[in-house]
Design a protein around this ligand. Structure first.
Ligand SMILES: *Cc1c(COP(=O)(O)O)cnc(C)c1O
Length: 382
């Protein structure tokens, strides 16, 4: 058995990354400086987007993405099988989250279920590319066009992912990314909104900075030195140049990170595909999956006991996710609805460790622990 704990996700920061950060610390601008735009432009070039707005977290990115749509009440349809931040962004903005069930094979929101949830109050759809596999974007786009709905893509798991040969970043009205340490690249905390719409980009730039219109001085003539306008109610969601420098350096390593994640996913597939007690992730043919998470579903084995057995063996398995409607805060809203696929998936799912710095030996330790845990469970049952 391993003598050290193997987490499910972990950043990989090397000496070059650190040098880039130190250069910024020694310079003049540690926030609102030139590194921010450089990072925004680099992400846009990579994902094929037009305007990037860097912020201090993926959660802030979702918040200002919703605010920028200026919806004035109504409902937003989203998946319950996500991190709470996705749905919280709807509540921050005084809108009602309406959940739609997921697909059994990908754990992504099911376009057919979205259709069932549309009402005259529906204003937008926020879809999440679960684990790093893009949703059925074409089908979701059709629904949005038919009902004149905005689309926000929560791509916190999907930096570098592709759908029909095109990178995630320009499919929705706004795409949001997260740079939390467990995500593909990190800035410590951080996030970004990407959009092709200059009006939305301008609003989001204001919203991350209290709602201040920085260009006001141009119009206010001689009083330019002190004058600015507050146009919307924003917050301080700014990213620092220290973070942007780290992000730029990490972005240069992203393709290597994704390649390594894919190698480990392949290793898991090879070692686990003959085990009848585990169902492995399904990858659709028209996508590039970038493996933010590697989740299995256990069959004929109790998930919670399996989880404990793995943790006892120092394997940092996890559960992604507790469906959002189950949390007590969300139960207050009495969102009366049933989600059979989400329920069944939640009762069986387990996230295995997967991050680029993991070695093959680490991954094989996970495989051995799975075999041992299953055998132990089967002995118990006899
Ligand atoms: C990580 C994550 C977020 C939030 O990102 P933070 O940077 O942690 O605020 C939002 N949505 C999903 C699906 C995530 O995984």
């Amino acid at each position: 058995m391993r003598d050290t704990f193997l987490p499910y996700g972990h950043q990989w920061i090397d000496d070059k990354d650190i040098e880039r950060v130190v250069e910024v610390l020694k310079g003049d601008w540690i926030t609102t400086g030139p590194k921010i735009k450089e990072f925004e432009d680099a992400i846009c070039r990579y994902v094929g987007g037009k305007y990037g707005v860097a912020v201090n977290s993926g959660t802030s990115a979702l918040d200002i993405a919703v605010t920028a749509l200026e919806l004035d009440g109504g409902e937003i349809i989203t998946t319950p099988f996500t991190f709470v931040a996705t749905a919280n962004a709807i509540l921050y903005n005084g809108l009602k989250p309406v959940f739609a069930d997921i697909q059994r094979d990908t754990c992504n929101i099911d376009p057919e279920e979205i259709r069932k949830k549309i009402t005259p109050k529906t204003r937008a759809i926020i879809y999440v590319d679960y684990a790093g596999q893009p949703c059925d974007i074409k089908e979701i786009r059709e629904i949005a066009d038919e009902h004149e709905l905005f689309l926000i893509e929560d791509a916190a798991h999907a930096l570098g992912a592709e759908y029909d040969g095109k990178r995630v970043g320009s499919f929705a009205d706004i795409t949001t990314f997260s740079f939390h340490p467990v995500k593909h690249i990190t800035t410590g905390e951080g996030g970004m909104c990407v959009t092709g719409n200059d009006g939305l980009a301008e609003k989001m730039r204001m919203l991350r900075n209290h709602g201040i219109d920085k260009d006001a001085h141009k119009r206010f003539g001689p009083s330019a030195s002190w004058s600015y306008d507050l146009k919307m109610l924003g917050r301080n969601y700014r990213m620092t140049d220290i973070q942007a420098a780290l992000g730029l350096s990490q972005l240069g390593r992203l393709e290597d990170f994704i390649a390594r994640r894919s190698e480990i996913a392949k290793l898991y597939y090879k070692e686990l595909s003959n085990l009848s007690e585990v169902v492995l992730p399904h990858v659709k043919p028209n996508v590039r999956h970038v493996w933010h998470l590697y989740t299995i579903q256990v069959e004929g084995v109790d998930r919670d006991r399996f989880f404990t057995g793995m943790r006892t063996r120092n394997i940092g398995v996890n559960v992604h996710y507790i469906p959002v409607y189950k949390f007590s805060y969300y139960r207050n809203f009495k969102l009366e609805a049933v989600f059979p696929v989400t329920e069944q998936t939640f009762s069986r799912i387990v996230t295995l460790p997967l991050f680029p710095k993991m070695t093959d030996v680490d991954a094989l330790n996970v495989v051995t622990a799975i075999r041992e845990t299953i055998r132990e469970e089967q002995m118990e049952l006899k």
